[in-house]
Design a protein around this ligand. Structure first.
Ligand SMILES: Nc1ncnc2c1ncn2[C@@H]1O[C@H](COP(=O)(O)OP(=O)(O)O)[C@@H](O)[C@H]1O
Ligand SMILES: [Mg+2]
Length: 224
């Protein structure tokens, strides 16, 4: 699949009804296909809420969210599931939670491809090719739980890329890495630009500097 444009218009998300919490308030932005974006902001500013909405895991209270030409706010459950299998890759904050520890590195990539295969995707990359891309092809036969932190983050990215997504969403992919591994992972994310639309939640300014753009949230609004 090719990279997809992401359009967010007047997005609003409110949790709860008795004591409502406005997590996102009138958020508007436009990310060209293949661009790289860092989503930043203090704790509680709405980053995770935005990520789960873009991932199709939660419906917004109001507003439009387009991934390519699909509107996440209004599409049916079935279409949303299909879009998630076809177009979106999400890596959560702790790399272990993206992985099957007892499986090999290659098993993890294959497992990630099963859902897409059911959706009759024929353009899936070979597992070794994906591992090559993230620099861990030499570890293909190792158990995932034997990997170092940097290797696990790479494998989590490989699992995301295994389905050749149009959009890659990653929550704090560099947070548990030392400087050397962090720089290597940022380099890797930058090489994905053009082929996939990359959206990364991060506290790391250096990552924000390397990307095309940043969205800085404060109290659910974009500040700059
Ligand atoms: N499931 C939830 N129920 C109620 N309030 C929530 C829930 N998730 C997040 N919030 C609130 O929404 C706001 C934004 O949270 P969140 O999106 O997690 O921000 P961040 O990821 O930037 O820390 C915060 O005030 C938080 O307390
Ligand atoms: Mg969060």
């Amino acid at each position: 699949m090719t990279a997809l444009e992401v359009v967010v218009e007047r997005l609003r998300h409110v949790y709860g009804t008795e004591e409502p919490v406005v997590a996102l308030d009138d958020l508007t932005f436009h990310l060209p296909a293949g661009s790289t974006t860092a989503v930043m902001g203090p704790s509680g500013s709405g980053k995770s809420t935005l990520t789960t909405i873009l991932a199709g895991l939660q419906r917004p209270t109001a507003g439009r969210v387009l991934i390519g030409d699909a509107d996440l706010a209004t599409m049916s459950e079935v279409d949303l599931l299909r879009l998630r299998a076809r177009a979106l890759a999400v890596t959560v904050q702790r790399p272990d939670r993206n992985l099957l520890g007892y499986g090999t590195v290659q098993d993890n990539v294959r497992f990630a491809q099963r859902g897409a295969a059911r959706a009759e995707r024929r353009d899936l990359p070979a597992p070794l090719e994906v591992l090559e891309e993230v620099g861990i092809a030499h570890l293909a036969g190792q158990r995932a739980d034997a990997l170092s932190g940097g290797e696990r983050q790479r494998l989590a990215l490989a699992v995301g890329l295994a389905t050749a997504p149009g959009v890659l969403l990653a929550d704090e992919p560099t947070s548990q890495l030392d400087d050397r591994n962090r720089d290597a992972l940022v380099d890797l994310l930058c090489t994905l630009a053009g082929r996939v639309t990359v959206i990364v939640v991060t506290h790391d300014d250096r990552l924000g500097d390397r990307f095309d753009r940043r969205i800085v949230l404060r109290d659910g609004r974009a500040t700059g």
